[in-house]
Design a protein around this ligand. Sequence first.
Ligand SMILES: Nc1ncnc2c1ncn2[C@@H]1O[C@H](COP(=O)(O)OP(=O)(O)OP(=O)(O)O)[C@@H](O)[C@H]1O
Ligand SMILES: [Mg+2]
Length: 248
Amino acid sequence: VKVVAVASMKGGVGKTSSAVNLAYEASRTGARVLVWDLDPQGAATYLLRVDAGWDGAGAKRLVAAEGELAPHLRATPHPGLHVLPADTTLRFLDRHLGAVEQPRRRLGALLEPLADAYDVVVLDCPPGATLAIESALRATDLLVVPIVPTTLAARTLEQFREVLDGRSWRPEMVAHISMFDRRRQLHRTVQEELLGQPETLPIVVPVSTVVERMGPTRAPVATYAPRTAAARAYRALWDACSDRLWPA
Ligand SMILES: Nc1ncnc2c1ncn2[C@@H]1O[C@H](COP(=O)(O)OP(=O)(O)OP(=O)(O)O)[C@@H](O)[C@H]1O
Ligand SMILES: [Mg+2]
């Protein structure tokens, strides 16, 4: 199994939109895909039409020694795409991880028994750089960072390099431009700057109502607007991830 984490310290930059569409695109190629919704807000869970909650088992029991993911896996309406739904107790995930031994290895250890059941696991991370995210990154092969091209955007990459530097395990990192508005001069300027960074993929998700409609539609973009720039960008994003995960 390959693990892709979609993460950023910043909130509201398009992480969940990328995670869900990326996972859907992967599943369309025939891969067996799991989205692990690590955000207590449960946006990815909602967009994939699955009910949130773990029937009484909270984050504390999950990270405890006997915790396991398998009972919580749910099918989505999309063939080959499963979700590990969010649970509101995930807001205490950091605290519970802090209480176990080797917290940075815990999320990876939870995934291990599922390694043969899935080809790709997509982690939809909440914003931040918390212990839970550190634990997620420790289990990650490829980190995907969506970046909105505004002031300080370039620092997002720099900060991640710092977070990852000096690790015994360091996932490969790629970035893509998110919510791009070509009418805005600042976006165009910062886009140029970002595309000059080695991690930035030449993939631009435009700011578009097509992406916003994922909320009311509760579906990946390609299911209802396949011939749009946004759908093409997400497809290209999966292709680029797949090239990194399985180099020819
Ligand atoms: N390309 C886009 N064009 C227009 N709206 C977008 C685009 N991408 C995301 N959005 C909207 O912006 C909001 C935030 O997007 P999303 O939930 O994907 O971000 P996030 O980084 O996961 O947020 P959070 O940090 O809260 O987890 C959502 O309402 C989403 O529909
Ligand atoms: Mg999100």
